[in-house]
Design a protein around this ligand. Structure first.
Ligand SMILES: C[S@@+](CC[C@H](N)C(=O)[O-])C[C@H]1O[C@@H](n2cnc3c(N)ncnc32)[C@H](O)[C@@H]1O
Length: 341
């Protein structure tokens, strides 16, 4: 058995280091239709379909590390070349990582039901999430959902019935049996204690392409200032600052958490947390004196930042903070918008 480090490098998709949207053709050795399973748990379903249908590539999304390591062992034992793992929150993956019309099939088997009413907002299958999954499907691509929780089944039915992007492939919204179905661990557990299962098979409706495009990859934002300044004065008494904003119907939270002096240099880094919908980034914003009177404000490589709207706003806020402490500085360049606003 390969050591874990090799399994990670062979089977785990290094999504934080890759360009988004991810292009599955760059992930697998051969180009084939791509199937996604969300929350694969013990991985038996994923391994089973990947073995039965080797003419497809499979991506499994899972948050928990133990199931991922168990899946690695199975992939290796069977020598499968068509299975890769994305360790990521599925909400974040579906809203930020994939181009529309990427998948031929998506499976969500027995998502956590969060039965208590006050926990319903934790359910993965929310209206926006299902819409993002629908948009990730190719024309006529199918979304199959299984649950053994009657209340969650009703919740899922209501969401699916209100989706414009998906159409039912069955006579009813959901059925209690699907011929040829590969049985998952949770499905088996439910059957053993006499609990009924509910299956949904919906497909992507055409036309495609009317939806909003994803944010394109952009150059890293930066700000250039000019003038004499002592950064120790600028960052003296730095206090955590939180900003709540909204961009394209998405809530954006920006927290400037703390500022670190980089020793022996005219350089500070502001640790920054950015939450945009389900996308979380923890990045560093560098404030550097380059040569005498040239000051640059840009992202650090730490945290593999993506040049999202929230990252630009974080730079804007840090730049504004610097300018508030040193208003004599001249703005030479800003790719993050008007700093005098
Ligand atoms: C109830 S188990 C079902 C496992 C498997 N699909 C089955 O049917 O046996 C739910 C799985 O989804 C994973 N999960 C829960 N929330 C997730 C999220 N936001 N992103 C990715 N995986 C998630 C959990 O770690 C767990 O393995």
């Amino acid at each position: 058995m390969k050591p874990l480090s090799e399994q990670i490098s062979d089977y785990l998709i290094p999504w934080k280091d890759m360009d988004w949207p991810l292009n599955p053709d760059t992930i697998f050795p051969s180009e084939m239709p791509v199937v996604l399973e969300i929350g694969f748990g013990d991985g038996s379903f994923l391994i089973d379909i990947a073995t039965r249908f080797p003419d497809r590539n499979y991506i499994g999304i899972e948050l928990a590390w133990d199931p991922i390591q168990r899946l690695f062992k199975k992939i290796e034992r069977l020598g499968l070349e068509n299975v890769r793992v994305l360790r990521c929150d599925a909400g974040q993956a579906m809203t930020s990582l994939f181009q529309h019309a990427t998948f031929d099939e998506v499976f969500i088997n027995h998502p956590d039901p969060w039965p208590k009413e006050r926990h319903h907002r934790r359910r993965l299958l929310q209206r926006e999430f299902i819409r993002a999954v629908a948009l990730s499907l190719k024309a006529h691509g199918t979304l199959t959902i299984a649950t053994d929780h009657a209340d969650y089944a009703q919740w899922i039915s209501e969401i699916l019935e209100s989706q414009e992007e998906l159409g039912n492939t069955l006579n009813e919204t959901r059925v209690s049996n699907l011929d040829g179905r590969i049985i998952t661990r949770y499905q088996k557990k439910a059957q053993e204690v006499g609990i009924g299962n509910h299956f949904f098979v919906w497909k992507r409706q055409v036309p495609l392409g009317a939806e909003k495009p994803r944010d394109r990859k952009e150059d890293m934002p930066n700000v250039a200032l000019n003038g004499q300044v002592d950064l120790d004065d600028v960052f003296a008494g730095f206090e955590r600052q939180n900003f709540q904003e909204r961009h394209r119907d998405v809530d954006v939270q920006i927290n400037l958490v703390r500022a670190f002096k980089q020793h022996g240099e005219s350089h500070y880094m502001v640790e920054t947390m950015i939450k945009e919908g389900r996308l979380n980034q923890q990045i560093g914003v560098n404030v550097l004196i380059l040569a005498g009177d040239k000051i640059t404000i840009k992202t650090s490589a730490i945290g593999f930042p993506r040049a999202t709207w929230g990252v630009k706003r974080a730079l804007w806020h840090v730049s504004r903070m610097v300018l508030a402490k040193a208003p004599h500085l001249k703005i030479v360049n800003s790719t993050v918008g008007d700093l005098l606003e």
